[in-house]
Design a protein around this ligand. Sequence first.
Ligand code: PEP
Length: 249
Amino acid sequence: MRKPIIAGNWKMNCTVAETEKLISDLLAGEFDTSRAEVVVCPPFTALGTAARLLDGSPVRLGGQNMSEHKSGAYTGEVSAEMLLTVGAAFVILGHSERRQYHAESDRLVSAKARRALDSGLIPIICVGETLEQRERGETESVVDGQVAGTLAELTTEDLVKTVIAYEPVWAIGTGRTATPEMAQEVHRFIRERLSERDTSAAEQVRILYGGSVNADNAADLLAQDDIDGALVGGASLKADGFIAIINSV
Ligand code: PEP
């Protein structure tokens, strides 16, 4: 059984004061973490605050990015160890906004994933096609290339721990969601490709869907066989909406 994950990607939102409010609103709500793992990924500057407030709660913490390097002269970067020591257990890697605005390649994401796993962080590796690629019928080849490229340095053991997020770029922050059937088709395709590496590992890997998930569409998406949770952007910034998504698992 794959335990679903509902992860909130706050992106570049929430000051320390806003983080305090959002986390306390979240903790005041009712949701069942025996049915789904709940993860929040605030910006780096709010991780310490979030960690302090989440101490003793089942809600887990993640970073939104990290360096492929261990430490050293990499101005502006944050290492896996820094994330771990501030209380993070997860890290989002290769988000389409990182790929688009920071030219992150599959090779770089692969190196980051290797570093994350070596350090004890669980990577949430994002893949997904653009609208043009979907319209050209390239969805499977694009996603296949990204999955193969970003997981290139991982062993079967690593694979089981790794989380994949299928996030069609055209659905991120646009209010356009893939239909549950469209998403399921790609999730199934990813799992089939993973099973060519190892059938048992492929059955264990959690594949999240991301792209304008909200309280209204979450239940139908999460009901699909190969959708093991959601990576939620905009709708994770309001506690009641995020809780409703958690409760639709
Ligand atoms: C995301 O940032 O990963 C995301 C899916 O954003 P949104 O839910 O806002 O589309």
